[in-house]
Design a protein around this ligand. Sequence first.
Ligand code: ADP
Ligand code: ZN
Length: 621
Amino acid sequence: MDRTSIQKIFTGIFLIACIIFGVNKLTTDDSGILNFETGTGSSSRMTYGRFLEYLEMGWVNQVDLYDNSRNAIVQASSPELGSRPQSIRVEIPIGASQLIQKLKDYNIDFDAHPTQKQTLLMMVASNLIIPFIFIGGLIFLFGKSDNLPQNSGSSPMSPLNAGKSPARFDPRPDTGINFSDIAGIDEAKAEFEEIVSFLKEPDRYTRVGAKIPKGVLLVGPPGTGKTLLAKAIANEANVPFFSVAGSEFVEMFIGIGAARIRDLFTKAAENAPCIVFIDEIDAVGRERGSGIGGGNDEREQTLNQLLTEMDGFKENKGVIVVGATNRVDILDGALLRPGRFDRRITVGLPDRSGRIGILKVHAKNKPLAENVSLDQLANRTPGFSGADLANLLNEAAILATRYKKEIISNNEVNEAADRVIGGIAGTSMEDTKNKRLIAYHEIGHAIAGSVIPDHDEVEKITLIPRGGAKGLTWFTPDEENQTLISRSQLLARITVTLAGRVTEQLVFGDTEVTTGASNDLQRVTTIARQMVTRYGMSVIGPIALENDDSPVDYDNKLANRIDTEVCKIINHCENVAKKIILDNRVVIDLAVEKLLDVETLDGEEFRNIIESYTVLPRKIN
Ligand code: ADP
Ligand code: ZN
């Protein structure tokens, strides 16, 4: 027997185990929604202990108890789950009867579902399962598929529902989400508002011969509000809402994925007008023939079925398919052709005003102190997605609860931001020579950052370790500096980053320099190298010697020249940093004493200290 057939048998055994497990746990609730997915199911699990931790952290939104409270499906969202609500399955050990009390204490929405009695019919049915298992196993072993499944653990899988669509269906969606809950992605919102008005009054459009898109593709990084948008249109238009993840169609049996797509669209047509939301559509929509090993029959069939279904309705009778993906580049071209996903909407990371809007949305239900400035928080958080921002405010609320406060003050908001950006704080260091050295290092960064006009302002300096760093200096990033950065700004960044180590050197002597600056040096090297190889900012000239996708080939001689130029930039900046530190030695000593005393200085306090001394502005070129 060769290796693949052995592998197949093993996977076969695995599958069988899943079926046995799955059928026993299969229950549906009143709305017909599948609650317990099978062993292969997409819902993840966590241990009871972990679940208690989640409770404590305030990450649990809702709990459904089954089987006399022996199993639970937990709706939770946490930073480690990407801050999106997810269903997680928890097995509750016998004797966890205090759980319900706990849930009450934490004010968690929960529901206990009655156990279904094992009827005679069920017992007969469960005896029938054995033949199913054998048949299933046989089909698997001798199935037509030549390829091993690439994704074998994705969706509810039992002989009983194999060809059924795994989509969650909500006939009267009260998702509770309105367009007013979405901020920072105005273009996408406008597009969707139009779709809503079509769903409400289709005649207005058809009268003037306007065709409405069948498919809308939302493209953007995770957490930017794509799911939120889809929920909002369903809610605002008050039409049924189907939602499913692309990976739930990816199966190991040929034809099952396609059957599920067919089933989904049949149901959708019956319920039109309605919205079908397919998250991670790239899982089905991946370019054909690009799978490992040259192609995957199952996935191609699934994709073909999707294409057929979308072509099927010549005129849009009201089924609007909304797809979401982060990887439009790997989608099959056929999906993007007119008549299918003919509208593509980019949902990007929010800019500063977008972030302010999103923060306002999520601050609505939170009692914030008057001095909390969402504008300032938005300044600190470039590159944050909507989900990150929601998480940040939630974290602040948790901290406020922990400190037994009625309202969330600036303190909690700042601490939450520090945590999210820099990691969890450790305990502060003993007063040793090391602590003094770190204080000099950080003040070195801060002084250089304040002296050079092209650099961002100091936000905060701290000696409290956080996320692996022993001390930290934060700068308030300037929004404009995020996209178009000038040469002098890059030089400023290099100089400021080097200034920490330079200060160690000048104050404590060459022999005392520590390993603490390795991170700084890495960053410096990356910036300097990019200046030479990408931005044409050296005497080598305006040539792109490297880019994201393909490294450009160059010979040894050129490689040496690049290295020389990188060194030149770094050496130059190091000299500038030395000069700055020497010129400001007095004020550095003063600031270090203050910092050792209080451990954390905010930007304002730091500027007050250095203001009374002359700090020479210095432009680097
Ligand atoms: P995606 O589908 O793009 O991965 P989601 O729509 O699931 O992201 O967003 C996750 C959560 O993040 C939302 O439930 C919401 O709380 C928050 N969020 C994301 N984007 C926005 C936004 N533009 N406005 C308000 N909240 C947002
Ligand atoms: Zn440093």
